[in-house]
Design a protein around this ligand. Structure first.
Ligand code: GRF
Length: 183
């Protein structure tokens, strides 16, 4: 199974996915980022993985940007597009073209808290539990069919930072495993 991993920032999930390639039945044929300054680029270097960089800021419209992304995807023709901290909304036509083949990981127990600042929202709501969700991408933000969800108990002393780390620790474990079971 051939996958491409999309990221925009730190890339801990990207690293976990690359690292587990040897144990699981998938191959990262390329990475992709919209952010030329993403920390995750160093990880691509470390794992000798080619990374396509298309800076969204040089395009006037989302459509122009996504046309370029589309060309790249057609060229490499992956089985799955794995979003791992990819901070751009994917345009409708791209989602339609790759229907059922785009997977995302979102740091909340969906349908709770789609969008940004999920850790802050869970703390403000005094939630007892928090967690992460792996789901198919559809043309509605963070709303596609859920593949896997994992939760943990929020402790009294948890902060946005501690929740970020606790969530990522789970994500780094379950994302590679879940990807390997996609086919
Ligand atoms: C993760 O918590 C993921 O759920 C969210 O963005 C974060 C990315 O972290 N979509 P990283 O770049 O993989 O470290």
């Amino acid at each position: 199974m051939k996958i491409v991993v999309f990221f925009s920032g730190t890339g801990t999930n990207l690293e976990a996915i690359l690292n587990k390639q040897k144990d699981f039945d998938y191959e990262v044929i390329s990475a992709f980022t919209n952010n030329p300054k993403a920390e995750g680029l160093k990880i691509c270097g470390k794992y000798n993985t080619q990374c396509e960089v298309i800076d969204h800021r040089v395009f006037k419209t989302r459509k122009d940007f996504d046309n370029n992304v589309s060309e790249f995807l057609e060229k490499i023709n992956p089985d799955y597009i794995i979003l791992a901290g990819y901070m751009r909304i994917i345009s409708e036509s791209l989602v339609n073209d790759w229907e059922g083949q785009i997977i995302n990981i979102h740091p909340s127990l969906l349908p709770k808290y789609p969008g940004l600042n999920t850790h802050q929202k869970a703390l403000e709501a005094k939630d007892k539990y928090h967690g992460t969700t792996i789901h198919y991408v559809i043309n509605k933000l963070d709303a596609g069919p859920i593949i896997r969800q994992e939760s943990f108990k929020i402790e009294l002393n948890d902060t946005v930072e501690s929740l970020t780390n606790r969530v990522k620790e789970i994500e780094n474990r379950i994302y590679p495993e879940t990807i390997s079971k996609l086919i």
